[in-house]
Design a protein around this ligand. Structure first.
Ligand SMILES: Cc1cc2nc3c(=O)[nH]c(=O)nc-3n(C[C@H](O)[C@H](O)[C@H](O)COP(=O)(O)OP(=O)(O)OC[C@H]3O[C@@H](n4cnc5c(N)ncnc54)[C@H](O)[C@@H]3O)c2cc1C
Length: 392
């Protein structure tokens, strides 16, 4: 892979809106990605393997629980810092960002928000340091966009719960030490349970042959009469709103993360267009290529403003789920379109692993599908503005 010459585009001087802390967080994450991700990521994506050695570095830049209070091992940062970290990591690779998003928003967040004090103390510091890795099981073979139909269920056996069912498409599952699992009780109410690796009847087979997020491990969660201790139930919230609250937090991070992937594709294409000579001129001199590049920076700038304002609303506790859906949908779609255009600017070179663009493009095909598909987020916006849900 080519040396990482990334320079972040900031067409509307967004830097001026960032605090000193935001800039410190960003610089640390950016340097780490340049040093520890860029040189190795293509190789790991090609061999479809998660680079385990990066876990310590992710913890050190505050990527595990950026907004979780420091008393539980988190970084105690604000929501804009969280977004910036996700942006910088996804600039390197969406699969690596997925690992950080899952750990922070889908594992640490529910334990922090819905867990007991004992659960917080037991799990959060170890999750923040990367000593424990987690995954989040909501999607099932028969229930993706409609998780409310889930079939995974647990029964109260007096001194423990008995868990049965299966989850599919679970990021981090093949190596996770714990899983936050969403399952229905005998009354059909959804609850979160912490399932630990090693519990009898619990297995996590890996899903192979993905063309997307190849450096992220994805797998199943199988529960075959798993005895779960009663103290592993998350008591603070139940019903579908509980997992959806986690998804709000993760989707917010994705709305920033996708900008990172787009910035990398744009920056690579801009540099290439200025260097590559055809018909006696750099291809950047041709209007068709300028149109592509000019539209890219326009879309990136709009997405940056959307994410920044959403971050302010999140900091104030005012961001709605529908606002988060709009940003996730817009920014991932923007990044995927930019990846496709950038790929074309590089001509044949664009399809090789010498450059990051094709990997970003393939990764974003998952990002546009997980955490609510492109269609479902549009329908959420539709429901929000009309008051009529068209997806049920
Ligand atoms: C790499 C990867 C990692 C993932 N990681 C996780 C994870 O860690 N944890 C987890 O729980 N899940 C995870 N997922 C699952 C992901 O969230 C689901 O794939 C996603 O929610 C879509 O579900 P589905 O694949 O079953 O598609 P479906 O729900 O079957 O949808 C198929 C198509 O139908 C459309 N559709 C569905 N319903 C409607 C409707 N009402 N109106 C119009 N169109 C509709 C969808 O938009 C989509 O285009 C992951 C997925 C991938 C690919």
């Amino acid at each position: 892979m080519k040396p990482d010459l990334f320079e972040a585009p900031d067409y509307y001087n967004l830097d001026e809106l960032l605090s000193e802390e935001h800039k410190l967080v960003r610089d640390a994450a950016r340097q780490w990605v340049k040093r520890d991700i860029s040189p190795i990521i293509e190789e790991y994506a090609q061999k479809a393997e998660f680079p385990n050695q990066i876990i310590k570095g992710l913890a050190e830049i505050g990527a595990f629980g950026p907004y979780i209070p420091t008393e539980y091992g988190g970084a105690g940062l604000d929501q804009i810092s969280y977004g910036i970290i996700m942006q910088e990591i996804e600039r390197g690779d969406s699969g690596v960002r997925s690992t950080a998003s899952v750990q922070s928003s889908l594992v640490m967040y529910p334990i922090f928000q819905y867990g007991t004090e004992a659960q917080r103390k037991k799990y959060l510091p170890k999750l923040a340091s990367g000593q424990l890795m987690g995954c989040f099981g909501l999607t099932e073979p028969n229930h993706g966009s409609n998780p409310n139909g889930m079939e995974t269920k647990f029964k109260d056996m007096g001194d423990h719960y008995l868990l049965n069912g299966a989850k599919l498409w679970i990021s981090n599952s093949p190596f996770a030490d714990i899983a936050v699992v969403w399952a229905k009780n005998e009354e059909g109410r959804i609850h979160g349970l912490i399932v630990e690796r090693g519990m009898e009847g619990f297995s996590t087979p890996e899903t192979h042959n993905k063309w997307s997020l190849r450096a992220s491990a994805t797998g199943e969660l199988i529960f075959n009469n798993v005895c779960v201790p009663k103290e592993n139930l998350l008591p603070g919230k139940n019903g579908l709103g509980a997992p959806l609250g986690c998804l709000d937090s993760a989707r917010y991070g994705i709305s920033w993360g996708a900008i990172g992937a787009a910035m990398d594709c744009y920056n690579t294409a801009l540099r290439y267009a200025k260097e590559r000579v055809q018909f006696g001129k750099p291809i950047a001199a041709f209007q068709l290529q300028q149109k592509k590049l000019a539209e890219m920076i326009t879309e990136i700038t709009k997405a940056q403003l959307l994410a920044f304002r959403l971050g302010q609303l999140k900091n104030e506790g005012k961001a709605t789920s529908a606002q988060i859906s709009m940003a996730k949908r817009n920014n991932v779609d923007m990044a995927l379109k930019i990846a496709r255009e950038a790929r074309q600017i590089l001509g044949g070179m664009g399809i090789t692993g010498e450059y990051s663009i094709m990997r970003h493009m393939m990764n974003l095909e998952s990002v546009i599908t997980y955490e609510g598909t492109h269609d479902i987020h549009l329908l959420i916006t539709g429901a929000d503005i009309t008051g009529i849900a068209a997806f049920q």
